[in-house]
Design a binder for this molecule. Structure first.
Ligand code: SF4
Ligand code: SF4
Ligand code: FES
Length: 259
């Protein structure tokens, strides 16, 4: 990706709105459209920014006023759905959770923010990647409760201590920030990746589940937990604060010792 294109300020006849109190920042956005000849390149946009904006607001501004062809995913805009994971200034984040007041410099220096798609998954268009390989790994670890015997006539009882065992890994929103920040996953996409292991952990350590050994066998595979090099990128990237690397270590220990 070498070319860089300065985009005009407006594609319409009326100038785009500039909110009072905003400062102009530069957004350098990675672009790719499989149907045009430009190939992968960067576009730069001048965007008005308020300290109360999230980065997602600025992307929506670009799409609404400067270039309607810009493509990205988002849904909830509140850090819940996990659909707007992207690489912001080289770090995987959810665009809706990046507050601009944390990025604007206090001394009024001009600000340039780079935005790229998450790495390790095929780019479909601009900031949108094909998530299927990620979800294939997720599905492969059987991320659902598996039990045998008759259907119970009341809820399955679980102690607070047993529930606490997997509380952290219930928080996953499948955003892929962790898996796509993992150097092992970048180098070899056949590794299950941290998100799949987190979701396996959630059921392996659930006292009501009866398929822990099945999942552990799956993760004992050559593409499983042993590929992890404990570099903690995944833990640093998780927008839900899940201790991802710790969960992976617990699965490793479960394989080595009593489950
Ligand atoms: S700790 Fe393991 S899974 Fe997480 S980023 Fe590092 S190598 Fe990947
Ligand atoms: S573990 Fe965290 S970073 Fe990974 S998919 Fe789940 S929420 Fe996203
Ligand atoms: S849009 Fe849903 S998490 Fe950001």
């Amino acid at each position: 990706m070498t070319t860089s294109i300065e985009k005009p300020q407006s594609t319409g006849t009326t100038p785009p709105p500039v909110p009072e109190g905003s400062v102009m920042i530069t957004m350098k956005i990675a672009r790719f459209n499989p149907e045009d000849e430009l190939g992968a390149h960067w576009d730069s946009f001048q965007v008005p920014c308020l300290p109360t904006d999230r980065l997602l607001n600025l992307l929506i501004y670009v799409k609404s006023y400067l270039d309607g062809t810009l493509t990205f995913r988002r849904s909830c805009a509140h850090g819940v759905c996990g659909s707007d994971a992207m690489r912001i200034n080289g770090v995987n984040r959810l665009a809706c959770k990046v507050l601009m007041r944390d990025m604007l410099s206090k001394d009024g220096k001009s600000l340039t923010i780079t935005v790229e798609p998450i790495r390790g998954l095929p780019v479909e268009k601009d900031l949108v990647v094909n998530m299927e390989p990620f979800f294939d790994a997720f599905r492969a670890v059987k991320p659902y409760l598996i039990t045998t015997g008759n259907t119970p006539t009341r809820e399955r009882i679980q102690s607070q201590a047993d529930r606490a065992r997997f509380d952290d890994t219930t928080k996953c929103i499948l955003c892929a920030c962790c898996t796509t920040s993992c150097p092992v996953y970048w180098n070899d996409g056949s590794y299950f990746g941290p998100a799949a292991i987190v979701n396996a952990h959630r059921f392996i350590f659930d006292s009501r589940d009866e398929a822990a050994s099945e999942r552990l066998d799956i993760l004992n595979d050559v593409e499983g937990v042993w590929r992890c090099r404990t570099t903690f990128n995944c833990t640093d990237a998780c927008p839900r604060g899940i201790e991802v690397t710790k969960a992976i270590q617990e699965v490793k220990r479960a394989l080595l010792f009593a489950r």
